[in-house]
Design a binder for this molecule. Structure first.
Ligand code: GLP
Length: 249
């Protein structure tokens, strides 16, 4: 795993934007997997800046978001569809026909998840998947205990996740969601893992240097050959020998 430790959140966001931008430069028609959450806001801000400076175009890019709350439509401010529109989609030249989100209000959520898997495959698979990590080690909404073979499906969120995300949203969020599975994520050709802040340090250390176990869903990323983790110093605080990690791996 390639580990990059930046001084702070601003530097992390710029570095992450650089990695996404070079993916798009290399392959203008690439497929990006996108994440929501507080951590990703700086990345989207930095990408919007680059777009406005005419350094990057998303006109041929296809996107797939990781997850969505069950029962929330795109106009609900708690939904990830709303988040993406606000922070990214409405501010760049993405073609709406190539933007994919799980529909939280689909009549048949399981069928919606199966449709999503097919759409990812038909797009040729994900070239670069952006990921955050939960304090409990979740990726997407794959909570501890999720089997490695899981595909996109309806999931139940842990009480901690519901509590934290409700606090961030300023109102209660649903306790069920649609999420890409661990296998869906691991099928991406490259993965960009972002983590910022001291409250992520334990999850980061377990994910990057602990045992590979479904108890820490992000730990499976150790088995993927194309992961770059971009951390700030606070998130890297509990890593053993991170300086060597940065140089060596
Ligand atoms: C959320 C999302 C994840 C996100 C993670 C970290 O619940 N489902 O996709 O990456 O948890 O979120 P944050 O960046 O807000 O800490």
């Amino acid at each position: 795993m390639n580990v990059i430790v930046e001084e702070d959140y601003a530097a992390l966001s710029q570095r992450a934007a650089g990695i996404v931008a070079s993916q798009v430069a290399r392959k203008p028609g690439c497929v990006l997997g996108l994440a929501t959450g507080v951590t990703s806001i700086g990345l989207y801000e930095a990408l919007v800046e680059r777009y406005r400076a005419q350094e990057i175009s998303f006109s041929r890019v296809t996107t797939f978001n990781l997850d969505e709350y069950l029962g929330l439509g795109p106009d609900d401010p708690r939904s990830f569809a709303y988040f993406m529109r606000r922070h990214f989609f409405s501010r760049v030249d993405l073609d709406p026909a190539r933007v994919h989100l799980l529909n939280g209000v689909a009549a048949d959520p399981e069928e919606e998840c199966a449709r999503y898997e097919t759409a990812i495959a038909e797009a040729g698979g994900i070239d670069l998947q952006v990921l955050g990590v939960g304090q409990n080690g979740h990726i997407g909404f794959n909570e501890p205990g999720t089997p490695p073979g899981s595909l996109t499906r309806v999931v139940r969120l842990s009480p901690e996740t519901v509590r934290r995300n409700s606090r961030l949203a300023g109102q209660p969020v649903p306790d069920r969601a649609l999420s890409m599975g661990i296998k869906t994520i691991m099928q991406a050709r490259r993965i960009l893992l972002l983590a910022s802040g001291r409250d992520k340090a334990a999850a980061v250390a377990e994910a990057l240097q602990g045992e590979v176990t479904p108890a820490v869903p992000a730990s499976i990323l150790q088995l993927h050959p194309g992961v770059t983790a971009v951390l700030d110093r606070d998130a890297a605080a509990l890593l053993r020998n991170w300086r060597e990690l940065c140089e060596g791996l």
